[in-house]
Ligand binder design. Sequence first.
Ligand code: IMP
Length: 199
Amino acid sequence: MYPNHKRLVLASGNPGKLKELQNYLGPTGWRVEAKPTNLEPEETGATFAENARIKAQAVAAFLGKLTLADDSGLEVRSLESRPGVHSARYGPNDQGRINRLLAELENQTDRSARFVCALCIAGPDGSIWLETEGICEGEILTGPRGTGGFGYDPVFYLSELDKTFAQLSPQEKLQYSHRGKALSALKEQWELLFRSTPE
Ligand code: IMP
């Protein structure tokens, strides 16, 4: 079945993520809508991929609509990959989460970290259509730099650009980020899957 309208429900309530997904998908012709705010599947998975699947399937099946879910977070090497799938729950708000992370890293010399983004598209019947993952390697600074982005962006540093994610333009962030990479892979897979199928 080829979806004859390029319409997607975004199964996320995080405004930062929604903005980035819309920035990417808008110019490619997709019309996106946010999921209802009270529809919040429990993220019980042990991995980003599992959680993305849980969210995409639950929202797609409930609404009967093509749905894209993003599950993402930060893995810090010297913290045995924490906060990981608990990134959103590591503190009461972005500032609290950053403070906790910096406190836990106070005596660590290895500050290397990576962002991971798992994307999943589920069809209107709740079946899994596509899954991709994107990774961005960097390090955690000792204090924030920059005002853009969201979440842990002000302390996530890319040495090749000498900038944090919070110092990048929205376009630059999509070019380098875990989410941008997962979205490019998703676009490629989508085109492969539907290229030869008549509309
Ligand atoms: P999720 O909604 O469970 O996937 O939560 C992901 C959490 O990881 C967010 O609340 C942020 O704290 C963090 N996160 C994911 N992607 C990014 C990003 O691109 N920049 C900064 N923080 C991010």
